[in-house]
Design a binder for this molecule. Sequence first.
Ligand code: B3K
Ligand code: ZN
Length: 844
Amino acid sequence: PETIYLKDYTPFGWQVSDVHLTFRLAPKSTRVISKIHFAPNPEAPAQEFFLHGEDLKLIRATIDGVEVTPEVTPEGLRCAVPDGPFLWEAEVEIAPEDNTALEGLYMSSGMYCTQCEAEGFRKITYYPDRPDVMSVFSVRIEGDLPVLLSNGNSVDRGEGWAEWHDPWPKPAYLFALVAGDLVNFPDRFTTRSGKEVKLNIWVRPGDEGKCAFGMEALKTSMKWDEDAYGREYDLDVFNIVAVDDFNMGAMENKGLNIFNSSCVLASPETSTDGNFERIEAIIAHEYFHNWTGNRITCRDWFQLCLKEGLTVFRDQQFTADVRSAPVARIENVAQLRARQFPEDQGPLSHPVRPESFQEINNFYTATVYEKGAEVIGMLKTLVGDEAYATALNLYFDRHDGDAATIEDWLKVFEDATGRDLTQFKRWYSQAGTPRVEVTEDWADGTYALTFKQHTPPTPGQEVKEPQVIPMAVGLLNPNGDEVVPTRVLEITEAEQTFTFDGLASRPVPSINRGFSAPVVLDRASSREERAFLLAHDTDPFNRWEASRLLARESLIAMICEDAGPDEAWLDGLERLLRDRDLDPAYRAMMMGTPTESELAQVLFERGHTPDPDAIHAAKEVLAQVKAERWADLLPGLAAEGTVDAPFAPDAEQSGKRALGAAVLALTSRLDGGKAARAQFASADNMTLQLSALAQIIRVGEDAEALAAFEDQWRHDRLVMDKWFGLQVGATAPENVVPRAEALTRHADFDWKNPNRFRAVMGALAMNHAGFHRKDGSGYRLLTDWLIKLDDLNPQTTARMTSAFQTWKRYDAERQALMRAELERLQAKPKLSRDTGEMVARILG
Ligand code: B3K
Ligand code: ZN
C-alpha cells in the first residue's frame, strides 16, 4: 500500500464553486447524480484531473454537456478537461445495503445514513475528496421515506423528496444524508444575536423518551460556546440523528450531526451516570466542531489535531465548567494515562501531527485527540488566559472559511503575544512521552529544583530535542502551609534549575500541579512525603496524585517483595475518606487504584517482567485488606453515597453514587455479595443496577441476576451491550475467555454491529489478567474475531488490533503467542489496508 507524506502536500488543481447532488435512494441501487463547477486553481501546479471514487458504478459522465469516457481505476478516475472553468456531471450507482464498512452511504436498521470522514465521500460519488477543497452543497433526496435530511437549511420538500442547501462552503467529509422512518424530539434555541434556531434529535420510533438529556446538553453547549468563545450557531436548524451501527462515537457533519445511539440516547433506567457524562461531553464536542473543524477546517489530514485537539480541549473546559473542575481534570488525566501513554510508549507512537500514514482512519488516536488537547492546555498555561482569548479571536477572524494548518494556529499565538513558538512546536512533531527527572537542593534558605528532560526514542525518531515544559509548582512548609503558591516554571533546556529564596525551612514541593504538562515525572520521594502531600496539598490534582503514587508503590512492593499493603497510606486515605467536607466524587476517586495494565507498564520500565496473574492477585489482596480494615467506616460512607432525591444525572448525585459504588465493591468482599444483591433487586436506575451486577459477577454466583437482567432488558440494544460487556469485564481472570467465547454464541451477539462487537471483544482486551492468560486463549479468541470482522469492517478491526500494542512488555512465552496471532492476522487473505498498517506497525 502507498504511504502518504505531509511533505508531499500539493493543492488541488481546481476550485469547486458549487456542488449539486441528487440521490435516488434504493437499498441495492442508489443513483447519485452530481453537477460540479470546477475552475482552475491559480495557486496549484499543473496536474492531471483526478477525482476520488471507490466501489462506484459509473453510469455516465459529461463535461459541459458533452459525454466523456474517463479512465476509471479502483481509486478514482482520470479525464481530459478544458483549460478554463467547466461543468462536470456524473451519474453513479451504489449499494448502501451491501456497505458493511459503515463508511460512505450505508443502511442501519432500515435507515440510510452516511459517514464521510475521513475519506468516505469517495464511496458516494466521484469527487476531489480532500479537506482543502471546500464548496457550497445543494442536495435533493428522492426516496419513499418520511424523513429525508441533509446538511444546511431545508429549501423545500414534498411527498417522497426533499431539498437542502448549505450556504457554508465545506469539504466533502462534512457531507451527510439521512433518510428513514424517524421521529423527532424538537426544541429551539435563540442565539445571543437573536437568531431562532430549530433543534431536532431524530430517533427510531420508541426512542423519543431518551432524548431530553441530550437536548439539554445541546442547548447548554450552544450557550457555553457563546459565553466562553463568542461563537454563535450559523444555520436555521441543527439536526442530530441517532444511528445504531456506527464505527465511532459521533460525527460533526455541518448542521446534521450523526451519533452512535449509545452517545446520545439516555434515560435514568437505561443509562449510567458515566453514560450521561459522556453523552453531555460528546454532544458538546460535536457542537463545538461547528467552529473548530467546520467553519475552520484542516488543510490535509496531517492537520487533524488542529480540529480534534482543540475541540477536545474545548469540551474538557466545558465539562470542567458545568461539573466539577478538579474531578474532570483527574478523569481526563486518568484517561490520558490509560489510553495515550501506552500508545506513546509503544510501537504505535506517533507525533500529535503525524508525518505519514497509509490509512488515515488509523490516526484518530488518543495522541491526536487527547495529547493534542494537552498541548493546547500547555499553550494556554504559557501565554495566560487573556492572551489565549486574544489568540483564539484572531484565529476565528483570520481563518474563518479556511482549511488551515498547525503553522497557522501557532502563528496567531505568536502574533497575539510576540512569543516565538519554534521550540514549542516540537510538541507537534516529536512523538513519545517526555520523562522529567527532578532533583532538589537546600542550603541557607534557598531551595533549588533541577529538572532534566529526556524523551525516549520512538519509531522513526531516534533523537529528541528538549521541549518547552510548563511545570506548575507550589511549595509547602513542614506544617503543611503553602509558602510558595503555584508558579509556572518554564523548562526549555535539557537540564534546568530554578531557585526559591528566603524560606524559613526546607519545603516539600508539589510538582506538575493540575498535570500542567503531559510528562512522566521521575522523582525519588519518600512515602512520608507522599503521605504529607496526600494530607496537605492545596492542589486537588496533586493530592489525588499522591494517593495514586502511594497505591502504586504499595502494589509494586506487594508484587515484587511480597510486602503487605502500606499501612501509613491506608491510614492517610482513611482520614481523607472520613473528611465530610470533601466532595464524595473526589473521595470516590481517591479510593481508586492504578489499573493492572498501568502496573504492568511500571514493572516493565523497572526491569521486571510483569506477571498479569500476580498483578491481579495483588489488587485483590489490597481490596480485601481495605474492606476488612475499614469495615466500620464503610456503612457511614455508604450512607453518604446514597441519594434520597429523585434521580438526576448531575455532578452531585453522580458523585454520591460513585462513592456508593466504591463502597459496595469493598462491602461485597465482606458479605459475599449480599448488599449487592439487595441493591440489584431494588435499583430503580441503571447506575445502581449495574454497579450491583458488577459485584455479583465478581463474587461469582451470578446466573440468576444475569438471567433477570437479560429478561428485563432484552428489548434494549444499548442496555444489552452493557450486559455483554460486564460479564467479560467483571469476571475472574480464568473465566474471562470461556465467558467471552460463550457470549459469541449467544443469539443476540450481532457481531456486525460495532457496539456489540466492542462490548464483548473490547471487554476481553481490557480485562488485563483475562486477556493475557498464559495459554494464549485470550489472544486467540480476539484474533479469530478480528480475522472475521476484517472482511466486513476494516475500520473497527484495525482499531481493535491495538489491544496488542503492549506485547513487548511481557514474558517470552506471551510475546511469542502474541506475535503468532499478529502474524496469523497479517497472513489473512485480502487483509484490509487499515488492519495491515496497524499490524505492521505493532510488529515493528
Ligand atoms: N470527527 C469525528 C471522527 C471521525 C473518525 C473517522 N474515522 C468525530 C469527532 O472527533 O468528533
Ligand atoms: Zn472531534
